[in-house]
Design a protein around this ligand. Structure first.
Ligand code: IVH
Length: 704
């Protein structure tokens, strides 16, 4: 109906309807990443809303959609760079792994087996982590973990959570409190009942409910959801909270945070084991989900010395509860081809609930695993093989892909036959080779195999790699299959906008895309043209090359031209470039060979060069304290160190911006030699490299 023909009552009703429809569309688009209406339809609703408001200004609603075009809505949540990274935890699955954790720490710190070493133990809450930043006692920002470095700004939502104090008295001027947002069992059940009654979406478990409730663009929805918060850690602090972990947690409790009442200090790992069993027996009656017990070194000076690996602290571990198990029928075995050509058998299962989550797929690892053999030919499951039609026992441990533990031979159907592993790639028909000593069949199709190409692209855009907003696995599959505007190799992503401009079939006219979303995608791609070398290396998806080693390699070569020149000149197994490459910490000969062969394979290399031509690759230089005497230096440790373990020496050198190499070469700047040093000292002498002893080293870096 034309706007000027509307009655006041009709206009009011229509404004209410439009506000609802636009809010739903925003939610679907921004929060659920699942647009329900086209951009054109969205724009039409907005226009209609604006016209009615113009004609009936008095009817303009408090929640008028015309007031909600701000960036907070159109861009989803803002991004927050964490002042101190938010880390995850290493896992232990039994007492032996906990004992190894304790041993590792003692070795690192140079402590004997019977030296005192206290730990705290507390439940591992199954929710999602949140960082709360207080400045001068006021909550100024709340951020989700995100990728650990950059999270989402959820301040408005956090302000609605009752367990989160908005002001603090007597706190350090800067204090970042970290902890877990979770939902209790009772609140979860009530929420699902309400959602069910109102025809809304129900949640699979309390953690999903907590995550879904916190990540709401409309903070009023969060307010209506009963979220809770336990504080268990901190990020940036302007002054230390206490000398110990337990002391710091008590201090947080005094400041008004909820801390877990089962947090205790123990003098040895036997105490930890007792507390673990105790918490395990109480697990069902706690009223909220936990999935293990976290142990942390209590003395904060020791925590500081122990420091971090790339994503986890050395001073903490999560002792997980045993995986949950369930029996179901194996309906089929499918083969998936990964980005490196590996053929992975996937079990398609009759859906079954395992630990609150419906499972319908599980990994079967490889040919031997299905046949009931381990990699050395010894039996697993006492040699029982797995066949389609079998009853199999499924388990989930943490977030990992479900696995199959056992098979019930008594229930095996008479017609079940041993599984014959395919000898060719199901995607491209190339031979699937299994090399001696390798458990995996690999498609030799390389770039001609569409499955490998798609998986490579998915990896390329994933988190930790290019992480392009709006270009996820789903969109990659769509573009890969597109004939007019295809993405078949990484470089195509960066020529997409230019090809779109030259094309008659515009992206903005496609299903699922409109003017707005196409523009947004092009902008997100543009945003990533500038990329750090480490991320580029990881994104290439080279076999054996992970995120941490990519970072190490990037810091070693610093620039793409330097890396490229070295890889072009290197020969596998010999020569100075090879020695230099395997001298990088964490780079073994298998990884090195994979890098060199990939970079020298003609087709691969052409594709990589074409990609790099589209990019602005950023140098990888360590950002370190300016007064570091060893920043940028390459250091080699040899012989016995007395004051600290080799691991600690290395960690400290790296924290000061040095590179630590395993062997002496012309690139070495400094050799730190303890007693018992041999050939390395000689080589350093020949090359004229400065050699110092441990005490000299300590005074150089500023004491023990
Ligand atoms: S400490 C630097 N303590 O588990 C260490 N984490 O799997 C920071 N979590 O990302 C974590 N309960 O979200 C710590 N009592 C607890 C925890 C806990 C749950 C979560 C946290 C972390 C994840 C790692």
């Amino acid at each position: 109906m034309a706007v000027d023909q509307l009655s006041v009552i009709q206009a009011e009703a229509e404004l209410a309807r439009l506000a609802g429809a636009l809010a739903a569309a925003n939610r679907a688009y921004h929060t659920e990443d699942a647009p329900e209406i086209s951009d054109a339809a969205y724009d039409a609703l907005k226009r209609r809303n604006a016209e009615i408001e113009k004609r009936f200004p008095d009817l303009k609603r408090a929640d008028s959609p015309s007031e909600q075009v701000g960036s907070a809505v159109s861009d989803g949540f803002g991004k927050v760079r964490h002042a101190v990274r938010m880390l995850s935890l290493e896992n232990a699955f039994d007492d032996k792994e906990v004992a190894e954790f304790d041993q590792r720490i003692r070795r690192f710190l140079g402590l004997s087996d019977d030296a005192p070493l206290g730990y705290t133990a507390e439940p591992k809450i199954d929710g999602l982590s949140l960082s709360l930043r207080y400045e001068n006692g006021r909550l100024v920002q709340a951020a989700t973990r995100g990728d650990g470095e950059v999270g989402e700004n959820v301040t408005a939502n956090a302000l609605t959570i009752k367990d989160i104090p908005q002001t603090l008295t007597g706190a350090p001027a800067i204090l970042e409190v970290r902890g877990e947002v979770y939902m209790s069992h009772a609140d979860f059940a009530a929420l699902n009942a309400r959602q069910d009654a109102s025809g809304g979406k129900t949640f699979a478990n309390p953690r999903n409910a907590a995550a879904g409730s916190l990540r709401q663009l409309d903070a009023e929805i969060t307010r209506a959801r009963p979220l809770r918060f336990f504080a268990y850690a901190w990020g940036e602090v302007s002054e230390p909270l206490a000398p110990t972990q337990k002391g710091a947690i008590d201090r947080l409790a005094n400041l008004g945070f909820q801390t877990n009442p089962l947090t205790q200090r123990f003098e040895d790992i036997e105490g930890l084991a007792r507390h673990y069993r105790d918490i395990e027996t109480r697990r069902a009656s706690l009223g909220y989900d936990i999935d293990g017990v976290v142990y942390k070194v209590d003395d904060l000076r020791l925590q500081e010395r122990l420091g971090f690996r790339s994503t986890t602290p050395r001073w903490a571990i999560a002792h997980k509860f045993p995986a949950e198990l369930a029996w179901t029928v194996l309906e089929a075995i499918d083969i998936q081809v990964g980005r490196t050509g590996a053929l992975s058998p996937v079990a398609r299962l009759r859906p079954i609930t395992v630990g609150g989550v419906v499972v319908s797929n599980a990994t079967l690892h490889n040919e031997d695993y299905i046949a009931g053999r381990d990699s050395n030919g010894g039996p697993i499951r006492e040699g029982r093989d797995i066949r389609v039609g079998d009853w199999v026992q499924v388990y989930r441990a943490g977030d990992v892909i479900p696995k199959i533990k056992d098979v019930d031979l008594a229930r095996r159907p008479a017609e079940a036959r041993p599984y014959a592993f395919p000898q060719t790639c199901p995607e491209c028909g190339s031979v699937a080779m299994r090399e001696p000593g390798d458990a995996v069949h690999r498609c030799i199709g390389g770039l001609i195999c569409p499955a490998q190409a798609v998986e490579k692209l998915k990896h390329f855009v994933s988190r930790g790699a290019f992480d392009i907003e709006g270009l996820g696995a789903k969109q990659i599959e769509m573009f890969f299959a597109d004939d007019l505007l295809p993405i078949r190799e990484p470089a195509d992503i960066f020529t997409l906008a230019a090809r779109d401009r030259a094309n008659l079939s515009k992206l903005a006219n496609r299903d699922g895309f409109g003017e707005r979303s196409a523009k947004k995608l092009f902008a997100a791609i543009e945003d990533r043209r500038k990329i750090p070398l480490a991320k580029l290396l990881f994104a290439l998806g080279i076999r054996h090359l992970g995120e941490t080693s990519s970072a190490m390699i990037a810091t070693h070569y610093e620039t793409w031209p330097a890396f490229e020149a070295a890889m072009t000149a290197a020969r596998v197994g010999e020569g100075p470039e090879w020695d230099d490459l395997i001298g990088i910490d964490g780079v073994g000969s298998v990884m090195a060979a994979s890098l060199v062969t990939t970079m020298q394979q003609e087709a691969e290399r052409a594709s990589i060069d074409w990609l790099v031509a589209q990019l602005d690759v950023q140098e990888s230089r360590c950002v370190v304290a300016e007064n570091s005497p060893v920043a940028g230096k390459t250091i080699v440790f040899t012989g016995t160190l007395k004051k600290m373990s080799r691991a600690e020496a290395k960690a400290r050198a790296e924290a000061l911006g040095a590179k630590v190499a395993g062997s002496v070469s012309a690139k070495t700047d400094l050799l730190v030699a303890g007693p018992g040093a041999g050939s390395k000292t000689k080589k350093a002498e020949e090359l004229g490299i400065e050699t110092i002893n441990e005490d000299h080293w300590l005074s150089l870096i500023g004491g023990a």
